[in-house]
Design a protein around this ligand. Structure first.
Ligand code: SF4
Length: 430
């Protein structure tokens, strides 16, 4: 029998799962962690049908490449669990579910530019997290990111520990970096990478009590990266990072060796069951078999015939999906907001839709975060422009996080338009 954690969670800092769903304004949020982000078309169809049958039919694609099913009622939760179990997507227990936070390169295993196939490495990290009881003590949001050195760099994806394939003197090594000090890395051969990542995670668990750090970034800030690497028995040295991936290389049709892939997204990562089913059908018709979920809120369809990829992208664009990295909707991150989230007093998606046109001709890289409250779920970092909902109105924060000091307060929607239009001319892009 599946053990469900029925403890009502505090929404702040809560990381929902399938076994530990989070109550929200529209019902329970069930987060489905998908190993490696790889999903068969039939599995996506089954998940879409499940969300419609047992919930509101709305899904959010998270920054960790997980699908969140929304609006699930308590009564329907057992059916959701049964179906996820059949699909092999229900973790064994709450403890392991909370720490299975691994973002893999979305094209792992099919990218001819990758330095190594990291699928086995990702599976070994999962196995380590399952097997090592001490690692169950990691905080729920503690995460790993893996980069295979291929076409789509995962540099910049939020991670406590990053593992990056690199070439050095003709050999492939894995560089391990820590949140909060990405300029330093320890380098090990690929066969030692999982053990080294485990040593860093255990070092964090040992050191966090000395500095009361909740995540690796705080431990590095308090003690320095050297202390964490040393506790893990690893030597570190300065090492340059790859550039983050450009969205023009994610969205749309792209060659991939002798085949091609298509990347598409829904505005603000909000998908409907119908969108997911239509996507699966269209990819099926174009000869694709699997999908890859990405931390950029895009879904990729690899393994396509190069001649059919462009027409698939065009069809998905006509369906209303984002298939161009220059799409203005990508300039805005917005959380679910009201009425889905009880912490929100503003309709973030509607507000974001009304701001999109302001970005025509804006400086490349200029980003707006529309947050329903200070928690800032959609972009929990500083952004050039942040609108934060408060009491049914917006505060505007410039070059800061949602909890930053606002430059303007109490703005209605029209006031927010004016404030954005004025300030975005002077705020530098990120
Ligand atoms: S940021 Fe948005 S989704 Fe997150 S708690 Fe606040 S209102 Fe809810």
């Amino acid at each position: 029998m599946t053990v469900i954690d029925a403890t009502p969670p505090s929404v702040k800092g809560w990381c929902p799962g399938a076994l530990r769903p989070m109550p929200s304004g529209d019902g329970l949020i069930v987060r489905i962690r998908i190993s490696g982000g790889r999903l068969a078309l039939d599995d996506l169809r089954a998940i879409a049908a499940l969300g419609r049958r047992c919930g509101s039919g709305a899904f959010d694609l998270s920054q960790r490449a997980n699908l969140q099913m929304r609006g699930i009622s308590d009564a329907m939760l057992p059916e959701v669990h049964d179906e996820l179990r059949k699909l092999g997507l229900l973790p064994a227990d709450v403890g392991i579910e909370q720490i299975l936070n691994i973002v893999a390169p979305p094209l792992a295993g099919v990218d001819p530019d990758a330095l190594i196939d990291v699928c086995a490495l990702v599976a070994q990290i999962e196995e380590m997290l399952r097997a090592d009881q001490r690692l169950r003590l990691l905080p729920g949001k503690f995460g790993f990111v893996v980069d295979d050195g291929g076409a789509l760099s995962t540099t910049g994806v939020d991670a406590d520990i990053a593992l990056e394939a690199m070439r050095s003197h003709g050999k492939v090594e894995i560089a391990l970096r820590l949140a909060g000090d990405s300029g330093q890395a320890a380098r090990v051969p690929p066969e030692r990478a999982v053990a080294a990542a485990g040593a860093l995670a255990r070092a964090f668990l040992t050191l966090r009590d000395e500095c009361e750090a909740g995540r690796m970034r705080a431990a590095v800030a308090a003690l320095g990266a050297d202390a964490v690497f040393a506790r893990a028995g690893l030597s570190n040295a300065p090492l340059a990072r790859r550039a983050p991936v450009a969205m023009r290389n994610v969205f749309g049709a792209h060659p991939l060796g002798e085949a091609a892939f298509v990347g598409c997204g829904a505005p603000y990562g909000r998908w409907r069951a119908d969108d997911l089913e239509r996507l699966a059908d269209r990819v099926d018709s174009a000869g694709g078999r699997t999908l890859r979920l990405t931390p950029w809120r895009a879904i990729l369809a690899p393994g396509l015939d190069a001649g059919r990829a462009a027409s698939l992208a065009a069809k998905l664009g006509r369906d209303g999906l984002i298939v161009d990295g220059a799409d203005l909707r990508l300039a805005i991150a917005a959380c679910p907001g009201a009425p889905d989230c009880p912490s929100a007093s503003v309709r973030t998606h509607e507000a974001a839709d009304s701001f999109v046109h302001l970005f025509a001709g804006a400086a490349p890289g200029l980003r707006l975060h529309v947050a329903g409250c200070e928690k800032g779920c959609a972009h929990p970092r500083p952004a050039p422009l942040t609108l934060v909902g408060r009491g049914g109105r917006f505060d505007l924060v410039l070059n800061g996080a949602p909890g930053g000091v606002p430059a303007a307060t109490g703005l209605d929607l029209a006031g927010a338009h004016c404030a954005l239009a004025q300030r975005m001319r002077h705020v530098p892009p990120s």
